[in-house]
Each structure stands twice: as C-alpha cells, then as structure tokens.
Ligand binder design. Sequence first.
Ligand code: F6P
Length: 535
Amino acid sequence: MASPTALISETQAWKDLKGHVEDINKTHLRDLMSDAHRCESMMLEFEGLLLDYSRQRATVETMDKLLNLAKAAHLSEKISRMFNGEHINSTENRSVLHVALRAPKDAVIKADGKNVVPEVWNVLDKIKDFSEKIRSGSWVGATGKPLKDVIAIGIGGSFLGPLFVHTALQTDPEAAECAKGRQLRFLANIDPVDVARNINGLNPETTLVVVVSKTFTTAETMLNARTLRNWITTALGAPAVAKHMVAVSTNLALVEKFGIDPNNAFAFWDWVGGRYSVCSAVGVLPLSLQYGFSVVEKFLKGASSIDQHFQSTPFEKNIPVLLGLLSVWNVSFLGYPARVSMESNGKGVSIDGLPLPFETGEIDFGEPGTNGQHSFYQLIHQGRVIPCDFIGTVKSQQPVYLEGEVVSNHDELMSNFFAQPDALAYGKTPEQLQKENVSENLIPHKTFSGNRPSLSLLLPELSAYNVGQLLAIYEHRVAVQGFVWGINSFDQWGVELGKVLATQVRKQLHSSRTQGAAPEGFNYSTTTLLKRYLE
Ligand code: F6P
C-alpha cells in the first residue's frame, strides 16, 4: 500500500490520465463512434442487462489508463475491505455492510468478528410475518378495522430510497396487483402542508404509521411522528398507538421512550449508512406492507446479484467499477461538473483529512421518460457539457398498443432512448444544415457541437429484481468513485452544519415566543429577518 497520506493525484497513473486529456481533446465522438472495434469493446452484458459506454469520451487507451488508476488506488483491496466488514468508514469507526442486508440466508458476512447475516434474516422474517398479518387483516386497528393505508415518516435516506423503489414497483404488474386496495404515502418534509397532504382522505382507523429513523432523533421526523401520533390519539385515544404506530430504527431505546412498543420495532444496525439503508427495514417494511414480502424479496435478490458481480468480476467487465472509473474520468479529468442521472461523495478532504486539489463529486439530476427532453435538454445539447446516463427497458410492463398503430407507446418512448445519445455524440454541423437548405440566419442556432458523452443501460424490464440491480449498481458506483479519489463515501459531516445552525435559531424562536427575547447572536441579515418573522 502507498503511504496513507499519499493523494491519488500524486500517482503516476493519475498524471498519465492528466496527460491523456490532451489526446482525447483531439477526438470527437463522431469519429470514435465509427470504430466498431472500440464500440464492441465498450459494451458488456450481465444477466440480460446491457451497458453501452461507447459514447463516453474515452478510447481503449483511456480505459487501460483508468484500470491502472484503479490499481494505484488499491481499488480491489478497498472493495474486499468493505465486504470483509473492516471499519472503512473511519471517521465514524464503522463497517460499511449494506451488502449484508440482501445476502442469502447461508452467507457469512462479519462485522467485528460476528456474522451479521442471521440478525438480518431475523428482522426480514419478522417483517414478513408482520406485513402478512397487516395485509391479511389478522392485525386490526383500535376499532377492529383492517389497516389498508400506510404513512411512512422519514427523511433523507430514510425516505428517498424507499420512495424510489415504490415509484418503480408501481409499474410492475405483479407488484401492482399485490398493492390493490392499499396506499403507501411518505411524509418527509417538516412543512405542515405536507402533513395535511399525507392525511388528506385517510382515516386514522384504517391507517398504520411507520416511523423510520436510524437515530430516532432527526428533528423533522420526530416532529412529524408526534404530529401523526396526535392525529391518531385525538381520533382513537392514547392506547391506539400500540396498534397504529410501528418504528424502524437502530435506536430501540428511543423508540420505546416515544411510546412505541419495542415488539413493534424493526431494527437495523450502525453499519448501514442512512443513504444505503433502503434494503434494511427502512425500505423493506413499508414496501412489504404495500406489495407483500415476496415482491420485495425479489428486489433484494436483484441487488444481491450485483453485489456478487461487483465483488468477483474482473474490473474490465465489472459494471459498477467501470461506471465509477468513468465518473472519475468525467469529473476529475474532463472537468464536467454534473451528471444527468445516492451518495455521500463531494468531500473537500481525503479520508486522511488532507485538502484535495480536485473535485470529488458531481451534481446529479434527471427526469423520467422524455420529460427531460421538454425541459432541460437544450442545455445539455448546446450549453454545458453534462454526461448523461440513459436507462431504458426492453419490455414495458404496461404495454399499450393503440388500434391501427404498429409502433407501440413503449417503442415511441424508446425511440428517444436510442436517439438522444447519438444526438449528443454527433451533434449537427453547419455543412449538414446547409445541405438541408436551412436558412443562413438559423444555422448558428441549429448547430450542435456534439462530442457530449453519455452511457446507456438497457434492462430487460423494470421488475423488482431489475430495480434491485439498478440500485446496487449506483450504490457501488459511488463507492468506486470514493475509493479511487481516496475519500470516505460513507460519512456526511457536511450535512450537520445547517442542522446545528437551525437548532440555534429554534432556541431563539422559543425564547422570543416565551420571554419576548429579542434575537441575539446572529448577523445583521439574519437578525433583521428573524425580527420580521417574529413580528
Ligand atoms: O442529514 C442526513 C441524514 O443523517 C441522512 O443520512 C439520513 O438518512 C437522514 O438524515 C435521516 O436520519 P435518520 O434516519 O436518523 O432520521
């Protein structure tokens, strides 16, 4: 291993890539795409999932150099250390083992010398049992009615991952069938308007509230939990909490203090990062209540298949590794600041605390279907260069064939999936426009430089299994980027600063409201705004 304080940017492999940028700047994707041999080498398949990264601004030589960078960064050792449960989240002195959440029952994955897989499966079995009781109506609410609606309260990783999977599963016919007659809603934001939206049309008698919080201290989640507890107890009396509220947390003592029976709590562990928690009870409980455990189990199996692929496939055929290396290439060498497509990258210091002379993260954004085309695609075609990930499916699970139409609605959608990457790569030249008799004054407006990188992921369909695979690919991509950059992808101290400041403001609001105290200790701007707010 290199000395712990060596920055990756000091290695020869990094310097080689820096020098190589000049070569790549002399190429255009139009030409690179005409090399069939290159394109063939940039496609790979795993369990019917096809990755095409030929529209990246990279050559075979670039890929070799990136693989050298992976070696210089000791990527292989770092991946093994993660799977072996070493405390790679060093600033919090924790293992990073979200892969154990979806491991088969007979797998052995150790944290601090102890196999954690049996504990994982205890909780999964408890979720299976509980969700079956709720779904079958054998568990009823305080007034004897079955609980058909669920509100999951949580924020950040205790919300976004479950929401993503819920959104995807809604299109899966098997999942949709299992969800018939049931509703799953998510309450994250602290805005009282969101509480109102969540309970709108729901009856406390038939609603189960799941409080999801790793720490069980997050201000927004705890306030929303108290608000919905009030909603339930006002309608049904205090004892109703036992039937209408359950919790997911690593902090079972606080769950009990809040008033939720520990038997109705579903545990997870500190080796699961908040942003990597969707495969724990955080996601599995609400999703199993909505879709049934067997559907969610398929999602877990999909994620596990990618874990095994990530752990054991040589880097040149390893999907998350290649995606991670290409992201490093785009951010740190080509200087692209964003990507159209979960994470805790974006650090200013290395894992050893040294300031970094390079950027370690991109701003991700995206849209489903052609919605993006009708909003921000002008920017990505002619304005800033933003590498894109296009994700499509071979089969639609809700196909529509209009009478008399040969091309299905899914074909229409996918036409855009195939066309946009080429439009970005090739662009359009003034010469082409002249040949098309475009008037001279419009030529500059219709000229597109092209040479804009993208990659395409074609999945067989959006089944629960494939959704699990997709999730794991993106989780591991983040880890690969972090491992190469030499940062900790699993802590998030940056998020804390705003929280601490909000706590100070909250204290001020409390003393102003109770004692009429004038705001103090804030800058001119904040003091003025606070005074106006308090008036
Ligand atoms: O502030 C960010 C964060 O700590 C996330 O990592 C986490 O998912 C979220 O807040 C919610 O935290 P908790 O699950 O402890 O309520």
